[in-house]
Ligand binder design. Structure first.
Ligand code: FEO
Length: 399
């Protein structure tokens, strides 16, 4: 697709990737995506982000259609994930005079991406860059979606380049929200859910930074450029990133898998113990659920307790499946615990404790094993274990 003007000598020069079906290994993209890069043709020429490496050839052609690449002065790298820096090296080949503008924390990522000498200008929150008739302002918005992310704002154009925020994996060559043929709002929401949801706290900070800006156009890193009812998009993000109301009473979720009913007996007793000190507890057999249906519930819970027998020296797959599904939600600072029925080796509970700690979940009570069929004494231990985890939740103030 050819480059096109968005407004006032600001051009889209990106790439369409309609047949992409999996992004970043984790996200299904049934409507493909676009890699949006923008060129600003002012007294000085600047480019915002590049495109995935496989599209470098056509990308360079786009640029040559608009400007003499030797005159490009700035390449603004808002985020160094390769879908936006994949063509940076190719661009530097034809734009040897360009300096790379990026967040301070991104300098090392840029260096490790291009693996060559280049001028790099690190910028901070509210740093400005004059292109002649317009001045760009940079907003530090870390963790949206890498630590390096920043946004760019042009006040005279009333346009915000928010990188991955307000993006969608949705490919339509008409490119504007008010000209594309299909409803892309589910994709807009899905992008938030999968890519940005773990960073709600950082999103809230970023939304405060853009609050005072007059924005008529949002030009994100993927998908449609937004220019219709801008406030609606911003309000969606405000609602999705908002702090949820405190759970009262505190809630514990217990996910267990049980081959012969022994781990299940432990789960029931742990639940009893936790309820005895006032926690609301829900139990789920991990073999009967789909983890993706539980993400919202898990994100809103205060305690996550996982039970697995040890089979072939490992935690069983349905429990691992839940744990590996949690990368897209924020569980840092919750209370976690582990338990399971063991036969002879019994590694599963320690693996679970270690995994929870690695996910920055607090593990205040060491995981609990019971040997084969839990005895009355072991079930009493389970009851006390449930109480102790629940008490840790009651005392805990989540970060
Ligand atoms: Fe589209 Fe986080 O890169």
């Amino acid at each position: 697709m050819k480059p096109f003007q968005i407004k006032n000598d600001i051009f889209w020069i990106g790439a369409l990737h309609p047949d992409l079906r999996l992004f970043d290994i984790i996200m299904r993209t049934k409507n493909g995506t676009t890699y949006n890069s923008y060129l600003i043709r002012d007294e000085k020429i600047a480019i915002i982000d590049t495109v995935k490496e496989k599209f470098a050839h056509q990308y360079i052609s786009h640029i040559k259609e608009l400007v003499d690449p030797g005159k490009i002065e700035y390449i603004i790298a808002q985020h160094t994930e390769p879908d936006h820096t994949g063509s940076l090296s190719s661009l530097l080949e034809i734009a040897p005079n360009a300096q790379i503008v990026c967040a301070k924390v991104a300098v090392k990522y840029v260096e490790n991406t291009i693996n060559r000498e280049a001028g790099i200008i690190p910028v901070e929150n509210n740093s400005t860059l004059s292109l002649g008739t317009r001045t760009l302002r940079f907003l530090s918005t870390p963790f949206l979606h890498w630590p390096d992310t920043m946004m760019t704002y042009s006040e005279s154009d009333e346009i915000l380049f928010p990188c991955d925020v307000f993006a969608s994996h949705f490919c339509d060559s008409r490119m504007f929200d008010d000209t594309i043929a299909r409803d892309f709002r589910p994709d807009f929401r899905q992008y938030f859910e999968v890519i940005l949801r773990p960073y709600k706290r950082h999103l809230r900070n970023a939304l405060k930074k853009i609050e005072p800006l007059t924005i008529k156009t949002i030009a994100p890193s993927h998908g449609p450029i937004l220019r219709k009812n801008i406030a609606d998009y911003i309000n969606c993000y405000k609602a999705w990133a908002a702090v949820k109301a405190e759970n009262k009473p505190k809630r514990m979720l217990i996910y267990y898998a049980s081959a012969h009913g022994n781990t299940e007996k432990m789960a029931n007793k742990i639940a009893e113990g936790a309820r005895s000190v006032g926690l609301e507890v829900e139990l789920f057999d991990a073999c009967t659920i789909h983890p993706e249906d539980h993400l919202e519930r898990i994100e809103n819970a205060d305690a996550l307790v996982f039970g697995s027998p040890t089979i072939n020296n490992d935690v069983v797959k349905p429990i691992w499946d839940i744990l590996t599904s949690l990368a897209t939600i924020d569980i840092k600072g919750k209370v976690g615990a582990s338990f399971g029925s063991v036969g002879w080796s019994g590694e599963a509970v320690q693996f679970l404790d270690d995994r929870l700690a690695a996910m920055k979940v607090k593990v205040p009570v060491k995981g609990l094993n019971a040997v084969l069929v839990p005895s009355e004494e072991e079930l009493a231990e389970c009851y006390t274990f449930g109480q102790n985890v629940a008490k840790a939740v009651a005392m805990d103030v989540k970060e």
